[in-house]
Write a protein that binds this ligand. Structure first.
Ligand SMILES: Nc1nc2c(c(=O)[nH]1)N[C@H]1C(S)=C(S)[C@@H](COP(=O)(O)O)O[C@H]1N2
Ligand SMILES: [Mo]
Length: 529
């Protein structure tokens, strides 16, 4: 563009054609149709690249559909209804198609300005990208993939338009040579876009394959409805049942490995009498076990949110291990993930008849999301994820604790990793301002597999008060707690501590997550007015 801006006036001067503001093309000036074509082609290239990027990143829909959805939602209701009736079931393709046509039309029009006002096409591209981003951001949970996709499309617009408009902005326009130049450049842009999209598709074909397999998978599982009384109804406490979208994600893999159920196998070997290899269909053939389990990360700071509670469906590990028959002397299982990540788990936690350690295939009634370990992951109540919750699990080696060299323990983290009893203030929020008087407070507490006995809260260093506790199915989940405090105007601080069913009262002593989990009481400063 910058180049065009410099050369264009000079070109018109040399040719003695009308000035840059004149819209009638001179005898040797490119027709505006060529510039419109360059604009439309660039627009199409940008749209294609952004769609490819968004599908490569696993977004539900491309940016064009995001914009189309915004158009639909912002169309006055009665008009929208009448239009939908008019076009019947074709409303969606028509909307997306129509949005694309309008978009390309705008790009074409922007292109026609390249000679007279070289900034215009760029500004139009900026405006269109901003519109796209606005359409994404108005969604309840704006997908980052769509933003990146729009950025990629925008950059493509800028580059493609510079490449395509160039032949029309140099002085020698009009010869067959420049038309040929344009055709060659167009072919170059089309081929580049096709190659980039194809490379993107190939690079992500494994993931799309796994995703499709996940979509088609029907498992005999339940959604899991939070049991009555588990939720205390205090606004601001984390929901007792964590939705899949809100469930924390931790793994060392750059992108989740793609494993389709048909390709999945689990091998149980090592110190066993009977080596076992099991396929996905064999795994899920017997009736599945279902349980609420709260999973948390050892890296969670006091008050942190690397914790979630889900309804898991799967197969009890102890039944598979019983089939493999561990040899005497074995006291550990080394788990290996498809991506090579490993962890060591005490054998006793997996064979304990009172602990539902399971190979989970579903979470909240849906096949595991890819980032949570599709198709099979381990869940062990009472152990931190880094010593137990292997995602994309493919191998269990029965062994001894001394012989396990696992990913995090090699880096100094504690080998055993039982979950430490913890509690968290959710409301009032950290630093919140509330109305003076009686204030509802609350949060969550957990001591998986031991169970929470009591939660107490304390205002401004005063006496500890017993909190009301939500009902829970068993010891393996977190518990909601709630209470009330009377606050005068001014600054305050609320502390919380839990007592578990072993009688242990949460220590006030602060410890970092490394190497075996954070300790200390959570507290929130807040003020009242
Ligand atoms: N394959 C694999 N599994 C893994 C990990 C990992 O890095 N790779 N991280 C573990 C850790 S540290 C935690 S806390 C849990 C997190 O599980 P989530 O992402 O489903 O919440 O997964 C565990 N399983
Ligand atoms: Mo973790």
């Amino acid at each position: 563009m910058a180049e065009g801006a410099r050369v264009a006036p000079q070109a018109t001067l040399e040719q003695g054609t009308p000035g840059p503001d004149d819209t009638t093309p001179g005898p040797r000036e490119p027709s505006r149709r060529w510039l419109a074509l360059a604009g439309a082609l660039s627009g199409a290239a940008g749209v294609a690249i952004s769609q490819a990027v968004s599908s490569a990143l696993g977004a539900d829909q491309g940016p064009v559909a995001d914009v189309a959805a915004a158009v639909r939602d912002l169309t006055p209701g009665t008009l929208a209804v009448r239009l939908v009736h008019l076009v019947g079931h074709l409303d969606k393709p028509l909307l997306v198609g129509g949005t694309t046509v309008v978009l390309l039309g705008i790009c074409a029009y922007a292109g026609t300005w390249a000679r007279r006002r070289p900034m215009v096409p760029d500004l139009v591209f900026v405006a269109l990208a901003a519109l796209g981003i606005a359409a994404v951001l108005r969604q309840p949970d704006p997908p980052m993939a769509s933003i990146i996709a729009i950025a990629a499309g925008f950059i493509t617009w800028l580059i493609a338009f510079r490449v395509l408009a160039h032949p029309f902005l140099v002085p020698r326009w009009g010869s067959d040579h420049s038309r040929r130049d344009f055709l060659l450049r167009s072919a170059g842009v089309v081929v580049s876009v096709a190659v980039l999209s194809t490379v993107g598709r190939l690079a992500t074909s494994g993931r799309r394959h796994a995703e499709q397999a996940r979509r088609l998978l029907r498992l005999p599982v339940q959604r899991g409805t939070a049991p009555a009384g588990s939720t205390l109804g205090v606004k601001g406490i984390a929901p007792w049942r964590t939705s899949l979208d809100d469930f924390y994600v931790i793994h060392t893999a750059i992108s989740p490995p793609s494993v389709a159920p048909a390709d999945w196998q689990l091998r149980i070997h090592g110190m066993v009498e009977n080596e076992v290899t099991i396929t996905f269909d064999e795994l899920i053939a017997p009736p599945l076990t279902e349980a609420w389990v709260t999973l948390c990360c050892v890296s969670n700071e006091v008050g942190g949110d690397l914790i979630g509670n889900a309804f898991w469906s799967g197969v009890l590990v102890r039944e598979l291990l019983a089939e493999a028959r561990p040899k005497p002397g074995a006291d550990a299982v080394k788990q290996t993930s498809k991506d090579g990540w490993t962890c060591g788990t005490p054998l006793s936690a997996l064979t304990d008849p009172n602990r539902n350690a399971m190979l989970a295939v579903a979470m909240n009634g849906e096949p595991l999301p890819l980032q949570h370990g599709f198709p099979v992951r381990m869940v062990v109540p009472g152990l931190y994820g880094f010593v137990s919750a292997t995602k994309w699990l493919v191998e269990l080696e029965v062994t001894t604790m001394d012989d396990v060299h696992a990913y995090w323990t090699q880096r100094g983290w504690s080998p055993k990793g039982p979950v430490l009893t913890q509690s968290r203030v959710d409301v009032p929020r950290d630093g919140a301002t509330v109305k003076a008087g009686t204030v509802r407070v609350g949060g969550s507490a957990w001591a998986q597999h031991t169970g929470i006995e009591k939660v107490e809260y304390q205002l401004d260093g005063g006496p500890w008060q017993a909190a009301e506790l939500g009902r829970v199915p068993d010891a393996d989940t977190w518990v909601q707690w709630a209470g009330t405090v009377d606050v005068e105007p001014g600054d305050h601080r609320l502390h919380v501590r839990a007592t578990d069913r072993s009688g242990y009262v949460q220590t006030a002593a602060k410890a970092d997550p490394f190497p075996s989990g954070a300790t200390g009481w959570d507290s929130h400063p807040f003020s009242a007015e």
